[in-house]
Design a protein around this ligand. Structure first.
Ligand code: ADP
Ligand code: ASP
Ligand code: MG
Length: 472
């Protein structure tokens, strides 16, 4: 079997964690599998790089950051490989070259004071380029040949910096050329997650948390047998375990449940991860590198056919509810079309839509980053309707959250909505807007950000999700 395994930031967050990740890759290869590793940056490194770039663009470059990054990565190199070996020298050389580039870019930024998305990608993606040589060296130190590979040589994307999309045919060719000969020689490639390059070789990133997506893109490009996402929890759970302590691991979920969960805030998977794997029906597993004997979650076509109703509850914070209100909207055609044309023109992503049947109100939810430009665009395109009074106001309500109850087999199970709203009513939580997709796989509601955690817990309790998920 060809297995693509991805290690997240905490799974490569220290010398000890990198050693454990290397051991997991080596053990899998020892079982006769071909292994391709995808690595995130060490925990917090991406935040540090972005913070330094933003500060530099205001005119302040703090060289301490470079030193701290060097010290942290060097300490790992010292711990995992003997300090007087050629391998140690090669790793330090790779780290130094990358940090030199980081320093030059930040220094340049502090002069020009302009941080473009393209430059931000060149800087923020450097964490993965620092981590890959370390993980690769840790694998090699265990006697299995390994090479660090920059994903700029593997994944070809559009030039939408900060959230680039793979060009799959080109990626298939590049990944084949770069990785297949290595795999055939028994070498474990350690590929940088998160980053890629345009056709012209300009570095891009796939968006925050995008290393999961890298793994499924590479899995699809290589026709892998499975994609394993190693993280810091026992798989995909019935809710975020840091919000709901009694959350349980789901042994099996479907591709659609996984993608719905990720889309509605379950950070354990980047929301685009599932699609490339789904297209080729490549099974995905989510596993805990801190507890590798736990079977984790399997993502399959069927999911768990015996499970019914709600399987998990998620939330997205920091989103904005945009509402268009006006009694004069009734019967005026085209307002909805104009509204969503405006949203599309801004390339914004609508997380949820709800329209009251009285047609007096349309509301939808956007990310906080996208909302301001959409609202100004809306005010411009609906100027006439506003002037004539057909629309009274366009509002953007901050500090709301979406809470979503998710499960493929909610469909056709009566009483689910009643149970959701009953639970929220009992908890005294006010629901601002509601939406149920016609697929009936998801009921989403908008509540205030302060109410979000309690809303998640109330729904989790109401469906007894702490008990429903079957023990392994
Ligand atoms: P990694 O660095 O491995 O990519 P992330 O921090 O991106 O890890 O994602 C794992 C985290 O996702 C968990 O530690 C947990 O706090 C959070 N999480 C949110 N929702 C869920 C969920 N439904 N199941 C599991 N983890 C979740
Ligand atoms: N290092 C990147 C981030 O922090 C990508 C990832 O970890 O998935 O967003
Ligand atoms: Mg992640």
């Amino acid at each position: 079997m060809l297995i693509v395994m991805k290690f997240g930031g905490t799974s490569v967050g220290s010398a000890e964690r990198i050693s454990q990740a290397a051991q997991l890759a080596v053990d899998t290869a020892a079982k006769g599998h071909q292994v391709v590793v995808v690595t995130s940056a060490m925990s917090k490194v991406t935040d540090t790089l972005i913070g330094a770039a933003r500060l530099a663009s205001t005119g302040t470059w703090d060289p301490k950051v470079r030193q701290e990054l060097f010290d942290r990565h060097k300490a790992v190199a010292d711990a995992i490989i003997g300090t007087d070996t050629t391998r140690h020298a090669a790793v330090l050389d790779a780290i130094t070259t990358r940090l030199d580039r980081f320093e030059k870019l930040c220094f340049g930024l502090s002069m020009v004071h302009e941080l473009t998305p393209r430059l931000l990608d060149a800087i923020s993606g450097m964490g993965e380029m620092l981590a890959a040589p370390l993980l690769s060296a840790a694998i090699a130190a265990r006697g299995t040949a390994s090479e660090a590979v920059d994903a700029t040589d593997v994944i070809v994307t559009t030039d939408l910096f900060g959230g680039a999309e793979p060009l799959m045919d080109k990626t298939r060719t590049k990944a084949g050329e770069r990785l297949k000969p290595m795999i055939a020689r028994g070498v474990i490639p350690v590929v940088t997650g998160f980053i890629a390059a345009t056709q012209d070789g300009v570095m891009t990133t796939l968006g925050r948390g995008g290393s999961d997506y890298s793994a499924s893109i590479i899995g699809a490009a290589l026709d892998a047998s499975e994609v394993w996402i190693w993280t810091d929890v026992d798989g995909v759970m019935t809710a975020n375990p840091s919000e709901v302590p009694e959350a349980r691991t789901l042994a099996e979920i479907s591709y659609s449940e996984a993608s719905e969960l990720a889309y509605y805030g379950a950070k354990v998977l980047h929301y685009k991860t599932i699609l490339p794997a789904f297209r080729q029906r490549i099974p995905v597993r989510i596993l805990n590198s801190f507890n590798p004997s736990h079977p984790g979650t399997r993502v399959t076509v069927e999911g768990d056919p015996s499970a019914s109703g709600v399987k998990a509850v998620t939330s997205i914070r920091g989103v904005i509810l945009v509402a268009i209100n006006g009694t004069g909207m009734q019967g005026i055609p085209g307002i909805v079309a104009k509204t969503f044309d405006a949203v599309a023109a801004q390339q914004a992503n609508v997380l949820m839509i709800s329209q009251a049947s009285s047609e007096n109100n349309i509301c939808f939810v956007l990310s906080a980053a996208e909302a301001p430009r959409v609202v100004s665009e809306l005010k411009a395109v609906l100027e006439v309707e506003l002037m004539r009074g057909h629309i009274e106001e366009i509002t953007a309500e901050q500090q709301v959250a979406i809470v979503a109850a998710i499960g493929d087999r909610m469909r056709g199970t009566p009483g689910i909505a009643a149970n959701v709203f009953g639970a929220l009513g009992k908890a005294g939580i006010n629901v601002i807007a509601i939406s149920q997709g016609s697929s009936e796989r998801n009921i989403s509601l908008v509540v205030t950000e302060q109410d979000a955690a309690e809303a998640v817990r109330a729904i989790h309790r109401a469906f007894r999700l702490d008990q429903h998920a079957r023990p392994h």
